[in-house]
Design a protein around this ligand. Sequence first.
Ligand code: NAG
Ligand code: NAG
Length: 333
Amino acid sequence: MALSWSLLPIGRLLYLAISLSLAATPALGQGTRVGFYSSSCPQAESIVRSTVQSHFSSDPTVAPGLLRVHFHDCFVQGCDASILITGPSTERNAPPNLLLRGFDAIDNAKTRLEAACPGVVSCADIIALAARDAVVLTGGASWSVPTGRRDGLVSSASDTANLPAFTDSVDVQKQKFLDKGLDTQDLVTLVGGHTIGTSACQFFRYRLYNFTTTGNGADPSIDPTFLSQLQALCPANGDGTRRVALDNGSVGRFDVSYFTNLRNSRGVLESDQKLWTDASTRVFVQRFAGPISGLLGLRFDVEFPRAMVKMGNIGVKTGTDGEIRRVCTAFNS
Ligand SMILES: *[C@@H]1O[C@H](CO)[C@@H](O)[C@H](O)[C@H]1NC(C)=O
Ligand SMILES: *[C@@H]1O[C@H](CO)[C@@H](O)[C@H](O)[C@H]1NC(C)=O
């Protein structure tokens, strides 16, 4: 695939890019629009922004947390805040969601919004706006967030089985994204959000010591220097909850070095490094990481916002569907 793309004349590539983006536009016709609250609650976006900002000042890890909350919300029941409901068998209590952060920022924003404009702004929109604000606070490009989502009425732990997992093969990840209307480029682009992410040692330690039965037992796709650093940070019997940056040398900066790290065999999660070892995803990593002769570059600061808008429209409830929750952690009753 890498070869066939690189051999196409530039003009043809541009044409392809344009027709692909036109084909994708109907996703915007689902009822969300930029400025949905401009008359019903003009302060809505600035209230979310200042709340996220104040949480970020005391704890910068809220930024990757909020981005992840949006992602995990959209992949299960659509972007409808189903992830915020508390209770024993809700999404929020399912294993893939137990380590999520950022809920306090969302609850605080909701409290302030209810004081300013009661019953108007959905929790689903707060999540989408907060994710955008988190990216901007870490140096990423901004974008206009279409709003008008309503909050869902279902939240069930068993639905989280569809979430992409770090143990998934590239084919399985591609299928899980495709099921949500997201293509291979969207997959690579959105996983690029790991540029500000961290992971606990317990989720990748098997790659360092016990991946193969030959050689030193480590995953051979890891750069040897990087491997020793990872082993030092995550000793075989050390603290499994210790967190390591997914974008070595640039944690906290929303930039393309996550992709150059993958190209240099410095991915931390197995699913991340596989984006480079698999030819179908490597072409996009390569295009983000830096222009290669004959291969049209992709701008992360353009493509990430575009993919976020697309993801933010997955299964949205609008109009009279769902409800506007009074508090984000419980259904109205
Ligand atoms: C390594 O992996 C094998 C198979 O998954 C397992 O049986 C073994 O206990 C592991 N060893 C260590 C030291 O974790
Ligand atoms: C990442 O980069 C820093 C330098 O900024 C280095 O000190 C660290 O050990 C590296 N490795 C890992 C696994 O984080």
